[in-house]
Design a protein around this ligand. Structure first.
Ligand code: MN
Length: 468
């Protein structure tokens, strides 16, 4: 895939708009993709000697926003919000977003302010798999000649889970990946074993988190240690990590894992087993070999930890190159975040029978007291304690009127064609809320009194959709 002609013309317009502006504000999203987007834009403006402000925000602050700057840039958000409702004559707006756009490509024509929206969906490119916010910002940096930011584009796509359905990058993401490889920033091992924590987590622990299917090793480090010993991979239990394994050892591990999985999954899922274990791995080769920044997945987790704890600036400074003060702060945020998650999980799982409630087609838990920002991550980790054949839903209160809902499910359900992001969007709007997201990781906000109705609708809509 190449950048379509019209889109590359938009990039050269974006460059001209930036070059002709001096008073600039950036709004970007609070997740890994949004933080990467902000870091790329901020780096471009630094190098152009352009004063700028940057703010990381949730989507809900964007409608009817007061625009106080000559140029306002929106990244990883903006396409789905009416960000120009209060645009004044002569002001300029650039949007770089991959979410479904509300407005057409020619929307800016005939306005008394400048409106430029770069969205892959306007050019027939899927924004879930082929390019995300950080990637769109990278192509802008490339327009300025700053190819060295390619690795941040790769990181954003990992954070945005653009590779989850195939285990590889495709479309425009493939161009970014190649730029990062050519620039000497990235090494990719194709069809590697793909278990989270490759660089810093001992393999016997990493394997125990396997939760797409309930296996003997799930949440059981005695079992993972026994298997690694039996396979001759980690006989002395010296906390080997996945990236220390030889190809031969990885081969043995693959055989064992796929054997275990094929024993427990229904026949229709067997063809998806390789996708659960295999995927390309991404190493940032300029990072310290022992650092969590070295593996793209672990790096993106740290970015998200900052987003969840409103410390986006720390994450951005690390991306912009600060590997001293900001990196120390990043480690502290990550550590506190992990402790917070562990405590929340302990609370939900301590009395398993009463806290996780199983319905015919789904299971849920009341996560009251868990911060709304982390309930999604917690829900994902709870999956390992649940029936993997059904999605798991976690609830927590946002205030006295609202509930935040998060849903996570086994990748097998999404490979099988269920898109929970679409389902949750429809059901949330049916009960007067909003929702959406990825096929296997999504969420919603609903009025607190609609909880029972939401669960009932959700349970019913899944009739005949799941293999129980
Ligand atoms: Mn995004």
């Amino acid at each position: 895939m190449e950048i379509p002609q019209l889109m590359s013309e938009q990039y050269s317009q974006a460059r001209q708009i930036i070059e002709s502006s001096n008073d600039i504000k950036i709004y970007s999203h609070i997740d890994c993709d949004g933080i990467c987007s902000g870091a790329i834009l901020s780096t471009i403006l630094d190098r152009q000697n352009k004063e700028h402000e940057i703010e990381f925000v949730n989507l809900d602050v964007l409608d009817n926003l007061e625009l106080d700057h000559e140029l306002t840039i929106f990244s990883d958000l903006g396409s789905g919000q009416s960000v120009d409702a209060k645009a004044k004559k002569g002001q300029k707006i650039i949007i770089l977003d991959h979410h479904p756009p509300l407005r057409d490509l020619d929307y800016g024509e005939g306005k008394d302010y400048t409106y430029l929206e770069i969205n892959p969906l306007h050019h027939g490119i899927d924004g879930s798999y082929y390019v995300c916010g950080g990637g769109l910002c990278y192509f802008l940096s490339k327009e300025f000649g700053y190819d060295d930011l390619s690795w941040i584009g790769v990181l954003s796509a990992i954070g945005d889970m653009q590779n989850t359905s195939t285990g590889h990058f495709e479309g425009l993401n493939k161009i970014i990946q190649q730029d990062a490889i050519d620039g000497g920033y990235l090494s990719v091992i194709e069809n590697d074993i793909n278990i989270y924590g490759r660089n810093t987590r001992p393999l016997f622990i990493a394997l125990s988190y396997f939760s797409d299917v309930k296996l003997p090793i799930t949440n059981n480090t005695n079992e993972t240690m026994a298997i690694l010993e039996e396979l001759g991979i980690d006989e002395k239990h010296n906390r080997k990590t996945l990236n220390e394994l030889t190809m031969e050892e990885k081969g043995k591990l693959y055989q064992r894992l796929s054997g275990m999985i094929s024993k427990v999954v229904p026949g229709r899922y067997v063809k998806y087993i390789p996708q659960l274990i295999i995927g390309d791995s991404y190493t940032f080769i300029k990072e310290d070999p022992n650092s969590f920044l070295r593996d793209a997945s672990e790096f993106s987790t740290a970015m998200n930890a900052c987003g969840r704890n409103h410390e986006e600036r720390i994450a951005m400074e690390v991306l912009k190159g600060d590997r001293f003060l900001a990196l120390d702060e990043l480690e502290t945020v990550s550590r506190d975040h992990r402790r917070n998650l562990a405590q929340s999980i302990e609370k939900v799982t301590s009395d398993e029978n009463s806290n996780i409630i199983e319905l015919e087609n789904l299971q849920y838990f009341d996560g009251t007291g868990i911060k709304p920002e982390i309930v999604g991550t917690v829900t994902g980790m709870i999956l390992g304690y649940c029936n993997w054949k059904k999605p798991v839903i976690g609830f927590t209160q946002t205030d006295d009127k609202g509930l935040k809902i998060s849903l996570r499910c086994s990748r097998l359900l999404s490979y099988d064609g269920i898109h929970f992001g679409h389902i949750i969007r429809d059901i949330a709007s049916e009960v007067g809320g909003t929702g959406g997201g990825h096929s296997m990781a999504c969420g919603a906000y609903i009025p607190i009194e609609k909880k029972e109705e939401f669960l009932e609708l959700f349970n019913n809509i899944l009739n005949d959709k799941l293999t129980n």
